[in-house]
Design a protein around this ligand. Structure first.
Ligand code: ADP
Ligand code: ADP
Length: 227
């Protein structure tokens, strides 16, 4: 089933002489349950692509169709609800709220909707992520690997159809990187979540079933791996 389609997706920052063509008419589609690595040199437009798919930035032109709905031009209030439920975003530097404890950070997407997670589901999630003992701790008291697991738990609270990860292992040591990748495989295999992962790590990219290469804002290659 098609879960995502980017059509002629284009993003230009600035105007005139200062214009930066970060993305240039990018087209691709993804089915539910695909695990896609996005690779390319620094500055090629990978983060921009993820931000547009995640609805945190809007394209100059083109469409982002998620589960049949074009999110471009969606009113902000509707978009913020849509993106919290359908798309999870994970960053290299976690983006946790330092004044909230682990549990509060994880529940944040639901609290913003005035909801609470089901007790059992929450327990399963924190257990899977090895956070059950640290729910009252604050981000500053956690290791990098733990902080990234909190960010992943937060992005999973709604079991979104799509997970977008921007160099999630970029700041982690090898052990934590491997654990993080194992979590993504679990999300992909157990919950059939579609994963788009930006990475500079070849080993991480090879765990994906498909590798998309971006160069100078253009989709240059779209290859199936033999995973
Ligand atoms: P990557 O993730 O591949 O490193 P980015 O998507 O971050 O690439 O950036 C693509 C290009 O767009 C780069 O030239 C970058 O400097 C530029 N860019 C990204 N975000 C902005 C912004 N908010 N304002 C101006 N230029 C930007
Ligand atoms: P990454 O590519 O690892 O996500 P960057 O350092 O490229 O991180 O970008 C971090 C943030 O700064 C992003 O939100 C991006 O949109 C913004 N950004 C990147 N390049 C520029 C730029 N030239 N001008 C303004 N903002 C930028």
């Amino acid at each position: 089933m098609e879960i995502l389609k980017c059509k002629e997706l284009t993003k230009t920052y600035g105007t005139g002489e200062n214009a930066v063509h970060a993305l240039d008419h990018v087209n691709f589609r993804a089915d539910s349950g695909e695990f896609i690595a996005i690779v390319g040199a620094s500055g090629s437009g990978k983060s921009t692509l993820l931000h547009l798919i995640g609805g945190v930035d809007s394209p100059t032109s083109g469409q982002v169709i998620i589960d049949g709905t074009d999110i471009v031009g969606m009113p902000e209030r509707k978009l913020s609800v849509f993106r919290r439920r359908k798309v999870g975003l994970i960053y290299q530097f976690y983006n946790l709220i330092p004044t909230m404890n682990v549990l509060e950070n994880i529940m944040l997407p639901m609290r913003l909707d005035g909801r609470l997670p089901e007790k059992e589901e929450l327990a399963e999630l924190t257990d899977t992520l090895g956070l059950t003992d640290r729910l009252r701790a604050y981000p500053g008291e956690l290791s990098g690997g733990q902080q990234q697991r909190v960010a992943i738990a937060r992005s999973l609270i709604y079991r979104p159809a799509i997970l977008l990860a921007d160099e999630p292992t970029g700041n982690l040591d090898r052990k934590n990187s491997e654990e993080t990748m194992a979590l993504f495989r679990l999300c992909n295999q157990k919950y059939n979540q579609t994963i788009l992962l930006i990475t500079h790590d070849e080993n991480a990219a090879l765990q994906a079933g498909r590798i998309i290469t971006i160069e100078d804002g253009k989709l240059m290659k779209d290859e199936v791996t033999d995973r």
